[in-house]
Structure formats: structure tokens, C-alpha cells
Design a protein around this ligand. Structure first.
Ligand SMILES: [Ca+2]
Ligand SMILES: [Ca+2]
Ligand SMILES: [Ca+2]
Ligand SMILES: [Ca+2]
Length: 527
């Protein structure tokens, strides 16, 4: 379904900075409100999906009013602390929080990070966190509601704002620490205040040092917005005046790339702009509340609060494409790849680097910070001289488009796929460890006959490691020639579990050597 996507050649580099190529609706999802999500086209998300639709390995923490724990379009992408046994009153994973299976509520100090019905609440505030979570990573192509910027992601639910949307820098600090400790790569802060908190600054710096990217809204002010150079807004302007405070400050633009009237702006802590008007997303739903016209969804959300998660969601796509990117690298490519905004008056030149363009950002990241290897390649560690034959450095892996590394059990299997080792790339231990271990590679279909050491049955190989017993020596001879016996490889019994078993071949007409070979063109098709 997803076409492979070749990079634009380097000599076109300058053209991205001016304008992005427009491909009409390059990818459509079946989410019923997809066509109302104008911002996806604006920031080129469907084009970006040709490169990546996100990864479940990327955790994005939403520090907000808590998002709906049972929302039908969020459940699939909700971060679950799998090391925590729910509701047993024990902090099973020892992270300091009891039963925090679905995140943490720093407002109520409990394990249910969602708005509390029954208390006074502000209509906008109780849905605020859910709106943000949906923009970043609503389940996509599931025939429900909206599409998220990430089809696959893990949304960490950290409640630091109450039912009125109010919090303090103490809960913000604790929330950021929790997110970092539990593996968040991106932290979205769609809230603002006027008081600087040096302790919050140091927590943010520590988060950066741990590899977590912080995205913050620069805030809204009625009547044209304020210049945050003169009136600093926190946390976006934490470390105000530093060349890089480790935070991506986000301003809001509209459908025509014009500054949103309400958006704050500034030369210092405003790094980029993103759509923040008339946004349709998921909302908090509860049987105690009157349902919205669109049930679990509502349109017309506006604010820099909605612009920030566009950037946070885009950062998650960048991490999915290359988990080894650093926060400063992500910030750099997002800014360098932004499109121009139309701004006149006092905010002119103060909307950051321009309006977010995630498709351009992905291309630029691949050029500026190329990963050591890309999916579809063969990788191994480099070996020290005289390394033992059983040294892990000897293992060769196929880095598949599922993002995993699949090991070749031995040379015999390798040579059914590749003629020699010339295309194997040596990578660092750091890089290799970012690739999850997948399955063992099985024999290429149609190439060999195989048998297990302990069993006399001879098998022909089909795609995806399916073995079919060959009914008789006559059939083997008809399929593989009179010398078929020389084409039988012995498979060690330890690899028995790599294979599954299909129908027995009772006549030569039930199997075609060339047909089986042709069925699988590359290793990627074999998993
Ligand atoms: Ca815990
Ligand atoms: Ca527990
Ligand atoms: Ca709670
Ligand atoms: Ca959906």
C-alpha cells in the first residue's frame, strides 16, 4: 500500500526551502473525517507517510489535562507501562508510581490521568489533552474519526492540568521527569505561564540531555498576540536569550499560512509555526456529559495549543524514520525545511523559521543525518582481528522494512538470497542495538531441498519458510533432476521452529521450482 519513496537529489536542496512540490492527496485514509483535517495536507503529512507512518517504538508524552483513557480512536496508540501490573497496589516496575499502567495523574496523584467528572470543569479544558493526543496519534485508517499524524506511536498520558486547565510548574516538573524516566522521546507542552521557574529550566535541560525533545506552545493573546521577546511566556521561553534553550516554541498559522490573530510571536523563543486554527480532533467523552454533535470528535479548535502537537507529531515521524536523531538535529531539520509564512506588521519575521512541512523535514533529515544503514540492507558489526567464529560480530542481519534485523542462521541460508557478502555493511553496536531482533531468515523458496538432522523427510521450500514434504524420490527427481540428492541441505534441529509446514507434495505438478523462486523477489517479502 505504501509506495517506496526515493529521496530528492541533493541538487534540488534549495528548492525545498522555497516551496515544496505539491502532490494532490498522495495518500488517503478511510477515517471518516480525514477530508476535514485540512492541516494534514498543509503540513504535507500524506506525502510524509510515503516515508514513514510512525513507529510504536516512539513515545510521545502529552503533559496536559489528561486524555480520554477509553477513546475509541486513541486506545490503539495509548502508551501502556507493560512492566506495571494494574490495580495490585504495588509499584511493580519500581519507577516510584503505584499501578501507573496508563500514565500518571499529577493533579490527583493517582493512576487515572484523565479529567474527573463530577467536579467543576471547563468545557475546553477537559477535552484539551484529548484534542492534542488525537492530532499526534489518533489510530489511522481504522474507519473511525480522524487520522493522526502518526498511524503508529505510543501516546503517554501525563495529567498535570486540572479540569479548569490550571496547573503549576511543580506538576510540570514532575510530569517531565516522569515522561523522561519512562522513555518519552517527545514531550508536548501546550500550556503557558508568565512566571519563570529556574527549577523547571533545569528539568528541561536534563530531559534534553536524556534525548527527549520538548515542544511548547508560545501562547495566545487576544487582539493580535504579544511579542514574547518583551513579554516572555514560559515554558516556551525558558532559558530566554540562549541560542538554543532546548525547546521548540510553536506559533500558530491559518489555512493561508497567515499568522493567527491570537498567536504570540517573537524573534527569540518562537522557532516555527504550524496550523492552529479550525482544527478537528478527538475530544473527551463521558457518559456523564452531553455528547457532542460528532460524538467523540469536535471541530473548530484553535490556539497555539493545537499548533504545538503538529510539531510534536512531526518530530515523532522523524524519530520513527531514524531513531538515532538527537533533539537539536530534529529542531534543525524542522526549521530548515519550513515553508514561508505570510506575515506583515509587528510579527513580521517573528514566526520562527516558517510553517512546518514534515515531508520536507523527513527528506532533509535523511540527507543531513543519514542513518548508518537503511531498511533493505545487510548489516553486521565489525570484528576484531582473530575474532572467534562464534563471536556475535560474525552474525549477519537483514535490516527489513519492518524496522527489525533478521539474522541469517548460517552461510547456506545466506547464499540462497545473496551471491556474496559484498553488500554487507558494517555498523556500530549502538546502531545495531536500535534495531529490534526479528525472526531468523529461512531458505529462499525454490532454491534447495532441505531436511532436518533428526528426520529423514525431504522438503521443498515455499515463501515465508513454509516447508512441503516431497512425497517420493521420483517426485524429487522430476522437480530437481536425477542428482536431487546433492541439492538437499541439512538444517540443524535448533532451527526447526523457524519453519512452518504446508501440504505434502503428492505429484510433481503440485510444486514448481521456478514458480516458488519467482514468488519471492526480495527478503522483505519473506517475513
Ligand atoms: Ca510503577
Ligand atoms: Ca502495580
Ligand atoms: Ca485521576
Ligand atoms: Ca481514526
Amino acid at each position: 500500500m505504501i509506495k517506496t519513496f526515493s529521496l530528492i537529489a541533493l541538487f534540488l536542496f534549495q528548492s525545498w526551502l522555497i516551496a515544496s512540490p505539491v502532490f494532490a492527496s498522495v495518500m488517503i485514509t478511510d477515517d471518516i473525517y480525514f477530508h476535514e483535517q485540512w492541516y494534514l495536507q498543509k503540513i504535507q503529512v500524506p506525502l510524509a507517510w510515503q516515508t514513514t507512518t510512525g513507529s510504536n517504538d516512539v513515545i510521545v508524552a502529552v503533559l496536559d489535562t489528561g486524555f480520554d483513557l477509553n477513546h475509541p480512536d486513541l486506545e490503539e496508540n495509548k502508551w501502556i507501562n507493560t512492566d506495571e501490573v494494574p490495580d495490585n497496589g504495588i509499584d511493580d516496575d519500581g519507577n516510584g508510581f503505584v499501578d501507573d499502567r496508563e500514565g500518571w495523574d499529577f493533579v490527583e496523584d493517582d493512576h487515572t490521568p484523565e479529567p474527573t467528572i463530577g467536579e467543576t470543569y471547563d468545557e475546553g479544558a477537559v477535552s484539551h489533552g484529548t484534542v492534542i493526543a488525537g492530532i499526534i496519534g489518533a489510530a489511522t485508517n481504522n474507519q473511525k474519526g480522524i487520522a493522526g499524524i502518526n498511524w503508529h506511536v505510543k501516546l503517554m498520558n501525563v495529567r498535570i492540568l486540572d479540569n479548569m486547565g490550571v496547573g503549576n510548574s511543580n506538576t510540570a516538573r514532575e510530569g517531565i521527569k516522569y515522561a523522561v524516566k519512562n522513555g518519552a522521546k517527545v514531550i508536548n507542552l501546550s500550556f503557558t505561564g508568565f512566571n519563570d521557574d529556574p527549577e523547571l529550566e533545569s528539568v528541561i535541560q536534563a530531559a534534553n540531555a536524556a534525548g527527549a525533545l520538548i515542544v511548547a506552545a508560545v501562547g495566545n493573546t487576544e487582539g493580535g498576540g504579544v511579542n514574547v521577546d518583551d513579554t516572555p511566556i514560559y515554558p516556551a521561553c525558558d532559558g530566554h536569550g540562549q541560542a538554543d534553550n532546548g525547546i521548540i516554541g510553536v506559533a500558530s498559522t491559518d489555512k493561508t499560512d497567515t499568522k493567527s490573530t491570537f498567536s504570540n510571536y517573537g524573534a527569540t523563543c518562537t522557532d516555527i509555526s504550524a496550523p492552529g486554527e479550525d482544527i478537528l480532533s478527538t475530544v473527551y467523552q463521558n457518559s456523564a456529559r452531553a455528547p457532542f454533535a460528532k460524538g467523540f470528535y469536535q471541530d473548530s479548535w484553535s490556539g497555539t495549543s493545537m499548533a504545538a502537537p503538529m510539531v510534536a507529531g512531526s518530530a515523532a515521524l522523524l524519530y520513527a524514520a531514524n531513531p538515532r536523531l538527537t533533539p537539536p538535529q530534529i529542531k534543525n531539520v524542522l526549521r530548515l525545511s519550513a515553508d514561508p509564512v505570510q506575515v506583515t506588521g509587528p510579527a513580521s519575521g517573528k514566526m520562527g523559521a516558517g510553517r512546518l512541512n514534515i515531508a520536507s523535514a523527513l527528506k532533509l533529515a535523511a540527507l543531513l543525518y543519514p542513518p548508518e544503514a537503511v531498511p533493505g540492507s545487510l548489516v553486521k558489526l565489525s570484528c576484531a582481528p582473530l575474532a572467534d567464529v562464534n563471536d556475535p560480530c560474525k552474525a549477519v542481519y537483514f535490516y527489513a522494512s519492518d524496522g527489525k534485523r533478521h539474522a541469517f542462521p548460517n552461510d547456506k541460508v545466506f547464499f540462497t538470497w545473496f551471491a556474496d557478502f559484498s553488500s554487507v555493511k558494517e555498523v556500530s553496536q549502538d546502531f545495531l542495538s536500535t534495531l529490534a531482533l526479528g525472526k531468523n531468515v529461512t531458505y529462499h523458496s525454490g532454491t534447495k531441498l532441505v531436511k532436518f538432522q533428526s528426520v529423514s523427510t525431504v522438503f521443498a521450500v515455499e515463501a515465508k519458510g513454509v516447508l512441503r514434504a516431497v512425497g517420493s524420490e521420483a517426485i524429487a527427481a522430476e522437480l530437481y533432476g536425477a542428482d536431487w540428492g546433492k541439492k538437499v541441505d541439512d538444517i540443524s534441529d535448533v532451527f526447526f521452529g523457524n519453519y512452518t509446514f504446508g501440504l505434502k507434495i503428492n505429484a510433481a505438478s503440485e510444486y514448481s521450482v521456478e514458480g516458488a523462486k519467482a514468488l519471492v523477489n526480495g527478503l522483505d517479502q519473506n517475513f
